[in-house]
Write a protein that binds this ligand. Structure first.
Ligand code: NAD
Length: 362
């Protein structure tokens, strides 16, 4: 599969500030947007740094809302909305991972308030106009220009405290976005360039990040890779890998980034026979003839779990996951074959390496 000779590429406008210590520029950015009453958002765990930040913003900050939670529950957003209206907030500052960014996006969807996001993980949500919200246990995903943050401040220093285990899986979760961008239905040559650069950068930097979490150079490379991966996710669609992760995560309440880390080598090995040119490009960028095997090894090198059973999925779930993966499938370069998909999920459940012939052929 080559990049399409004709394509549509929608670039999303965002102002990106990248470097070490860049959060110091936040007051300047708040002033540049003419914001006078900003609310700083955070998770309960990152509350202290959110308060420090609000202090640094002085009179332009009207408070902190530190209730952000995974999967953006609508109840949390509605609670935050009360603070937004009571304090007549005119702008949102999110400092945190995908959960905090999700809360900013959810408020922006309802109010169109401008957002300045400073990511502290490699999730990449800050570069997408996509929001997934949960209500009564169901997740609803939507896209709108209001959701895309206006300014993103990547400050390498904010990522130094990200625990090694989370750094590894968050980084491989980002790689998964870029890998699927290479063969997505909407793929285009510009996004493919970014995807390959991102995959290579994260592949080389993540083991160094985990070995030395305070090392700024590897952290900067990983954050740069994560930015590009987020851009890929925001610009093109997804395929089998994301479908499997959404199915497994939703059915067995498995952790998000860890599930991506286990599934990616297997999903790629399944799709491989349908995308020989993509596999060659991946092999070049990873410096390994067997790209799925190299991604499986990467998960091992960053100390991640490589078996779905170790994430809490029961063996009896393999058939249910197969059924659900085949129901309403996303577009995929290789048609979904029931027995092969079951073999893929079973291997991922056991933690075996991806099938050596790369095909999960029956
Ligand atoms: P997260 O934001 O939930 O963070 C995980 C935990 O780590 C939190 O307790 C957080 O406070 C803590 N943490 C974050 N950064 C830290 C740091 N530098 N130092 C110390 N602790 C830190 O996790 P995440 O993986 O970034 O985000 C996951 C969420 O993002 C999910 O809800 C997922 O669906 C969403 N997401 C959305 C998109 C999108 O485009 N809409 C893209 C990717 C992820």
């Amino acid at each position: 599969m080559t990049d399409m000779p004709s394509f549509v590429y929608t670039a999303h406008a965002a102002r990106v500030i990248f470097g070490a210590g860049t959060l110091q520029r936040l007051p300047e950015e708040v002033a540049r947007l003419d914001l006078e009453r900003v609310l700083v958002l955070a998770t309960p765990q990152q509350q202290a740094s959110a308060h420090d930040l609000a202090l640094r913003l002085g009179a332009r900050a009207v408070g902190v809302y530190a209730g952000a939670m995974m999967h953006t529950p609508v109840a949390v957003t509605e609670d935050a909305m009360r603070t937004v209206s009571e304090r007549r907030v005119d702008g949102l500052i999110a400092v945190g991972g995908g959960s905090t960014t999700g809360l900013a996006k959810a408020i922006a969807l309802r109010t169109d308030l401008p957002q300045i996001v400073a990511p502290t993980t490699y999730a990449g949500s800050e570069m997408t106009p996509i929001l997934g919200e949960t209500k009564d246990g169901a997740k609803v995903t939507q896209s709108s220009p209001k959701i895309l943050p206006e300014v993103v401040i990547y400050d390498v220093d904010l990522t130094l405290s990200l625990p090694p285990a989370l750094s590894g899986t968050s980084g491989i979760n980002a790689i998964a976005h870029a890998v699927e961008a290479l063969y997505a239905k909407e793929r285009n040559p510009v996004i493919s360039l970014m995807a390959l650069e991102a995959i290579g950068t994260l592949f080389r930097s993540l083991p160094r990040v985990v070995a030395d979490p305070a090392g700024r150079e590897a952290r900067a490379e990983a954050l740069y890779g994560a930015w590009l991966c987020g851009t890929c996710l925001g610009a093109v669609g997804m395929a089998l890998h994301h479908k499997l992760c959404h199915t497994l995560g939703g059915s067995f309440d498995l952790p998000h980034a860890e599930t991506h880390t286990v599934v990616l080598p297997h999903a790629l090995a399944y799709i491989a026979p349908a995308i020989p040119e993509v596999m060659q490009r991946l092999a070049r960028v990873l410096g390994a003839a067997d790209a799925p095997g190299a991604l499986y090894d990467l998960a091992g090198r960053v100390g991640a779990k490589r078996a779905l059973r170790d994430l809490g999925m029961p063996e009896s779930g393999i058939d249910m996951a197969t059924d659900r993966a085949l129901a309403n499938p996303y577009w995929n370069p290789r048609p979904l074959e029931r027995e092969a998909i079951r073999a893929l999920i079973a291997r991922a459940w056991r933690g075996d390496p991806p099938q050596p012939d790369g095909g999960y052929a029956i």
